[in-house]
Design a protein around this ligand. Structure first.
Ligand code: BTN
Length: 258
């Protein structure tokens, strides 16, 4: 049996992360989102980090691959007000904060493939899964950080890591610290008159706005040009027949991210 190397995390870095919630560092877990919800009765914000997930999931119940080179975590948050504007925009605010953290730490320019993918060089570098149970929300993120590549047998042809694009490795928890600081700032701003500026930044980073896209929802498929990501975080598509369609959530295909 091989004994795993202990992970040494500087106390100072841990203290920085702990500004945003109680920190749980796990070696292996089914899904960090599930673990986050299991803590909900404590009524305190939490950050659940795992090196591995045995049942990580993506949107539409897809299996989500993660390994120790990924930054895999969930934030447990509580929203007293169901009409909180930050809640309506949550996935977009997370995606924006991931883009900004990558830009700050890696000097790269990621884009948002609405609603929940962060893209680099036409590859997916991060997926976001926000789930809600009553007033508790788990914001789950899987960010590919230090993978040298993705073996073909994983079947992830569009996956890319920061290392693959930047040509160097990153300290995952420093990235997380930037991401959390930016995300909490964005949450606060979303509740003020700074919201339009946030929405403008989300739009400016969109990999689908003003482009032709195919958006698949559970029951339908829409093809056309994306004309807006609206103030509710929805995609507005002008179909080829000239109809405007507003989509809450879906899977985007056939787009290129420059
Ligand atoms: C997607 O692109 O479909 C979303 C992927 C979200 C994956 C993250 S990894 C951490 C958290 N735990 C999970 O089981 N899923 C999310």
């Amino acid at each position: 049996m091989t004994i795993p190397e202990p992970r040494l995390i500087p106390g100072e870095l841990l203290a920085r992360l702990a500004r945003f919630g109680r920190v749980y560092l796990l070696d292996s877990v089914t899904s960090t989102n599930d673990h986050a919800f299991s803590l909900a009765d404590r009524r305190e914000p939490a950050i659940v980090l795992a090196e591995r997930q045995t049942a990580g999931r993506g949107r539409f119940r897809r299996v989500w691959y993660s390994d120790p080179d990924s930054l895999t975590f969930s934030l447990l948050l509580f929203f007293d007000d169901p009409d909180d504007p930050a809640l309506r925009q949550l996935t977009q605010l997370v995606a924006l904060s991931i883009c900004r953290a990558i830009e700050t730490r890696a000097g790269l320019k990621p884009g948002i493939r609405w609603p929940n993918d962060v893209m680099l060089d036409e590859g997916k570098v991060c997926g976001v899964l926000c789930e809600q149970r009553k007033d508790a929300v788990a914001v789950g993120c899987g960010l590919n950080v230090n993978q040298p590549g993705f073996p073909e047998e994983l079947g992830l042809p569009d996956a890319v890591s920061l290392r693959m694009v930047a040509g160097r490795e990153f300290e995952k928890l420093e990235l997380l610290d930037s991401l959390l600081a930016g995300f909490h700032r964005a949450l606060d701003e979303a509740r003020t008159d700074r919201l339009p500026a946030l929405l403008a930044d989300i739009r400016s980073r969109s990999a689908i706005l003003h482009r032709r896209a195919e958006i698949r929802t559970l029951f339908r498929r829409h093809i056309g040009t994306v004309v807006d990501i609206d103030s509710e975080g929805r995609a507005v598509l002008r179909t080829d027949s000239g109809r405007l369609v507003v989509v809450n959530s879906g899977q985007v295909r056939s787009v290129r991210c420059s």
